[in-house]
Design a protein around this ligand. Structure first.
Ligand code: ZN
Length: 378
């Protein structure tokens, strides 16, 4: 605790010098005495290890002397790290009221204060300051306010903020968040028009295309389902596991399976093992068994994957009736091994899961969870 005291030594020294210089003025003299007195009291309490009273006095000192903004900010940050949020809030609130604060210092202090409020669970107060900052054109407020609206699920507020201050938006992660706010609102209001707004953002979002495809597929509008999912799989092939079977079904319903096969062919270079397996299945459907087998074994040699190995076991089992039973048993083992592995992973924090989350439950980033790749992946 004594180390906190030294943070404020420059404050006392600075004031001693300034006040000494203007000692002719009685008013300044009086202020000087007040500061020195409060500071001495704080110092005495701290030296006597009565930390609470000591800190209270130093905080009171801020009411008369706030020129050393940086030192007080550091002190407040230390309080917040120690979980002493009431003290951090008090210092930031007092600093914010001080007329000597520059515009930049004022914005930084307000941002810090909002963070204190968020940590203390006082979300309304945090929002008030963050909205103020956004209106003042501070892009630094976007991160916390988007996180706040994600937490409180106030999609409309986030969208309104974006529409009113879109000039502040430049980061991909912020566009991703707003695209997902549109999706959330579209789903809760059953209004696909809002998803199309998400698509029109200055960023290629994944989820709106996926949701629009799913809505169309659910209502058996296979033409639209193909339209949205084809665009999605061409841009973000990594996400194919989410809808590739339904996409194949949509083509089949329209008697356009050959077009699906052509699409798979186009995706082979950038697709993972799942696209390769689907390509093999297409070759099998067309009666090209040897070609499918050669393609798969060649792919596995170049990039071994558990899913590819499992499909190879199935192929071999189907080719040879004598060994089919034993190969099926091995495949069951392999399949149960795959089931223990997470299907999705957050690219930002590493969180893993068996289901897709558009908003990572761990780091709260949007669209950072993707289907797993590598040996156990897709
Ligand atoms: Zn994450």
């Amino acid at each position: 605790m004594i180390e906190l005291l030294f943070l404020l030594l420059p404050v006392a020294a600075g004031y001693g010098w300034i006040m000494g210089k203007n000692s002719a003025k009685n008013q300044a003299h009086q202020l000087n005495r007040q500061i020195t007195s409060e500071y001495s009291k704080g110092l005495k309490f701290l030296l006597d290890r009565e930390e609470d009273q000591g800190l209270e006095h130093l905080i009171n000192l801020l009411e008369v002397a706030a020129d050393s903004v940086e030192h007080y900010s550091t002190l407040a940050t230390m309080f917040r790290r120690r979980g002493e949020l009431d003290r951090a809030i008090k210092i930031h609130e007092l600093l914010l009221k001080h007329p000597s604060l520059s515009e930049k210092e004022s914005a930084t202090t307000r941002l810090e204060l909002a963070e204190d409020y968020i940590m203390a669970g006082l979300l309304d107060s945090a929002e008030e300051h963050l909205v103020w900052l956004v209106k003042a054109g501070e892009p630094e407020a976007l991160d916390p306010i988007i996180t706040l609206y994600s937490q409180t699920r106030e999609w409309e507020k986030g969208i309104n903020m974006f529409e009113a201050h879109s000039e502040l938006f430049s980061k991909e992660q912020h566009f991703k968040a707003i695209a997902n706010f549109y999706c959330e609102l579209a789903l809760s209001n059953n209004n696909p028009q809002l998803m199309r707004k998400a698509i029109s953002l200055n960023y290629k979002a994944i989820r709106p295309l996926y949701e629009l495809g799913l809505t169309a597929y659910t209502s058996e509008d296979y033409v639209k389902a193909i339209y949205y999912w084809r665009e999605l799989v061409c841009q973000f092939t990594l996400f194919a596991p989410l809808f590739i079977d339904e996409l194949a079904h949509s083509y089949k319903q329209l008697n356009l399976t050959h077009q699906f096969h052509d699409l798979l062919n186009d995706l082979l270079d950038k697709g993972g093992v799942l696209i390769k397996i689907k390509h093999c299945q297409a070759l099998l459907e067309q009666g090209h068994t040897k070609q499918a087998f050669d393609f798969l074994t060649d792919s596995l040699k170049r990039q071994p994957t558990i899913r590819g190995f499992s499909f190879l076991l199935q192929l071999m089992g189907n080719q040879n009736k004598n060994t089919k039973e034993v190969l099926n048993e091995i495949d069951k083992l392999v399949t149960s091994y795959i089931a223990t592995k997470p299907d999705f992973q957050c690219q930002h924090c590493g969180f893993t899961s068996h289901t897709i989350y558009w908003n990572c439950p761990s780091c709260k980033h949007w669209e950072t969870i993707v289907p797993s790749r590598g040996l156990d992946g897709f």
